[in-house]
Design a protein around this ligand. Structure first.
Ligand code: FBP
Length: 251
């Protein structure tokens, strides 16, 4: 619901700097300066992000203690490593939601692996966390990633629209979904999400020009913005990339 999104949007649009990949993928993703959480917080601040996405440990040790805490914190409240490669993934809760405000959170992010054998557990976790988040005045963002042995193509038009719809059905204020290949395809996902706002989930690093085109396409399709990690901080000029993305989102 829109009332919860005020803190993490500007004129109804959003650009989140995602930085939970150290848990999801390991330090191999965190090339160059991006290994240092302070570098990311500085970047989020200078690049005008409307939110920074962190796991609780980094939020507690860096965000709370920093002068950058004017960039709203989106606490990523579940996560898993990629060392145990289950055909059907489950992402456990990693932080106590009751402490979310203590570390300065404005919103909660939760991953659902749609189609996994453990989907039912993630639906249950999500629903409980959502109710608590709203009672605390925090927005609830669902990362909905179709994944598991029954998912043939994680990025197809149909499955992406299904992921977006699940965000609406489960009462997410915002749903974060992967790119489905074209503006036309993505439009169907935005339509399926109804009143739940849609943001693009960045994905692995591609050429900067190609990435700007993806942002352009999803904005044309009706998304309100993007949550981007690797395509920003794996660039040699991360601030420049953020500035270009910002221009597309707020044009
Ligand atoms: P990126 O822009 O780097 O893809 O970050 C978005 C994100 O959702 C992160 O929050 C998360 O760590 C990562 O993607 C997970 O990606 P996957 O599960 O596809 O490996």
């Amino acid at each position: 619901m829109e009332q919860y999104l005020k803190k993490i949007t500007k004129q109804g649009k959003a650009l989140f700097l995602a930085y939970d990949q150290g848990l999801e993928h390991g330090p191999k993703d965190l090339i160059g300066s991006s290994i240092d959480p302070n570098f990311i917080l500085d970047l989020a601040d200078k690049g005008g992000a409307t939110g920074v996405i962190l796991q609780g440990g980094i939020a507690e040790q860096y965000y709370r203690a920093s002068s950058f805490s004017q960039v709203p914190l989106i606490l990523k409240i579940n996560g898993k490593s990629n060392l145990y490669q289950s055909e059907d993934p489950y992402s456990p809760i990693t932080w106590d939601i009751n402490d979310a405000k203590k570390i300065g959170a404005s919103a909660i992010g939760y991953t659902i692996f749609l189609g996994s054998a453990y989907e039912y557990k993630m639906f249950k976790d999500f629903s409980e966390l959502r109710n608590k988040a709203h009672a605390m005045g925090l927005a609830m963002i669902a990362w909905v990633y179709p994944r598991g042995k029954f998912i043939q193509d994680e990025d197809s038009e149909e499955i992406t629209a299904y992921a977006a719809r699940v965000g609406l059905e489960l009462g997410a204020d915002m749903v974060k979904i992967k790119y489905s290949g074209s503006e036309e395809n993505f439009k169907k996902a935005v339509l399926a999400a109804g009143k739940t706002k849609v943001v693009l989930s960045g994905g692995s690093k591609i050429s900067e020009e190609d990435f700007y085109q993806v942002i352009e396409n999803v904005m044309q399709a009706g998304a309100i913005g993007a949550a981007v990690g690797r395509n920003i901080w794996q660039s040699e000029k991360p601030l420049e990339v953020m500035n270009r993305i910002t221009k597309i989102i707020w044009k």
